[in-house]
Design a binder for this molecule. Structure first.
Ligand code: GCU
Length: 421
């Protein structure tokens, strides 16, 4: 008995029990048998045979489904916003780039929310440039050590000023800004906490609180929450980029990592202004197929982050077979625009195979447009990127954004933006 107690406490102390306590499965042979809905079959059973039918019937059906069952409904109301260029310098990175910091002030119903965008554009190119747009997690000041970068306003709700992650350049390994500039792209980023501070208790501090029906919709099962809010925020950044004289608004490539990969796919599905959509290690609720229940599942995610999805989504926890859709249909909603899905070998939590398969099963919609989807059904080896209208890579290493990811995104964007011209 004593021995048993010792063993149990040892397991608890070493995390041996904790590691399994969320009940995730990492054994491919235990992935349940599942049936994926066909993106081209309408709710009334009819098969989609034309682009017109897809765009007028099936696409809206799927958007409604993802709104009412997963991310919540994005309100149509316009929120007034004032932009103010608070700093502008022409000699960032030893003269390589110009850098603007643009303050957004969303104002409605006596409430105000402040957000800060930073936009780099390469000086070597005159006129408009293609731009990568991506949220950062730790504030604009975390992407580079430059003292002139203003600390992101949303951080005050979630971090204490002495938090290590508040340090300048803390996440610079995720932001190879010079590499992006050298490739002829601009980069726009904002901290996602500016739009919705990522905490279950902070909804009142988010942009959601500005909407007229905020109080009424608060308890509604299909009311949007943080992922919907972040997706909406990307569209508001796009509104601003459209007005900037250095940004080619037809060539904005939206990229998101992890929880922001989820928001980015949802934003790209709804907002056709994004020319290319990229998901980096987005996992459950992003590119990974939910019905596989590999790694993070609906139940784990809705328990840990009850403020991300709409409440209706909770009914699918441990009940994925009842889901009337799966994430390959979110990818399909981006068609015919190029979409790229990236996985990391050690990021089993995000289910690399499930991320890959959603690309495979979105292909039929791209084919409807006469385009090539992924073009393969077997997962490629590591560092063997696929760059068709659906792109995919798996790289060695952990859940992260690395130079190798960016190198592939740049190549993918260069290839497809050239085809757009
Ligand atoms: C957690 C969460 C994931 C999410 C990730 C991230 O691991 O479970 O769903 O993608 O955080 O955003 O880094």
């Amino acid at each position: 008995m004593k021995k048993l107690l010792f063993l149990v406490s040892l397991l608890l102390l070493t995390g041996g029990v904790r590691a399994q306590s969320r009940g995730e499965n990492y054994d491919e042979s235990k992935v349940p048998v599942y049936t994926l809905p066909d993106p081209l079959i309408c709710e009334n059973g009819q098969r989609v045979t034309s682009v017109r039918q897809w765009e007028t019937t099936r696409r809206p059906e799927l958007l409604n489904m993802f709104s009412s069952q997963m991310y919540g409904i994005t309100p149509k109301e316009d929120i007034p916003v004032e932009y103010q260029i608070v700093s502008e310098k022409k000699n960032a990175f030893q003269g390589k780039a110009s850098c603007k910091q643009i303050r957004f002030c969303f104002k409605k119903n006596g409430k105000e929310i402040e957000a800060m965008l930073i936009l780099y554009t390469p000086n070597a190119i005159k006129g408009k440039v293609p731009v990568f747009l991506s949220y950062n997690f730790m504030g604009n000041q975390s992407i580079d050590a430059d003292e002139d970068i203003l600390v992101s306003p949303g951080l005050k709700f979630v971090k204490s000023p002495d938090d290590k992650s508040m340090e300048r350049g803390y996440q610079q390994s995720r932001w190879p800004i010079e590499m992006i500039l050298d490739a002829g792209f601009g980069l726009a980023t904002m901290c996602y906490h500016d739009i919705y501070p990522d905490d279950n208790a902070l909804k009142d501090k988010s942009v959601l609180a500005l909407f007229d029906d905020y109080e009424q919709t608060n308890g509604r099962p299909d009311a949007w929450q943080a992922l919907g809010g972040w997706a909406w925020g990307l569209s508001r950044i796009m509104d601003c980029l459209e007005k900037d004289d250095r940004v080619n608004e037809k060539q904005v490539v939206v990229m998101g990592h992890s929880r922001q990969g989820k928001a980015t796919l949802w934003s790209g599905a709804q907002d056709k202004r994004f020319a290319i959509v990229i998901s980096n290690n987005s996992g459950c609720g992003g590119a990974a197929l939910s019905k596989r229940r590999y790694g993070e599942t609906f139940r784990i995610m809705t328990n840990s982050f009850p403020h991300w999805l709409c409440k209706t989504a909770e009914q699918y926890a441990d009940n994925e077979d009842m889901l009337p859709f799966d994430q390959h249909e979110l990818i399909a909603l981006i068609a015919p625009r190029p979409v790229y899905i990236a996985s990391a070998q050690e990021d089993r939590w995000a289910d690399p195979k499930g991320e890959f398969l959603s690309g495979v099963h979105a292909a039929s919609v791209y084919e409807l447009y006469g385009l090539k989807g992924l073009g393969v059904t077997e997962m490629p080896a590591v560092n063997q990127p696929i760059m068709n209208n659906i792109g995919y890579h798996i790289r060695p290493g952990k859940h992260d954004v690395m130079d190798i990811d960016w190198q592939n995104y740049i190549r993918f964007a260069q290839k497809h933006l050239a085809e757009l011209n």
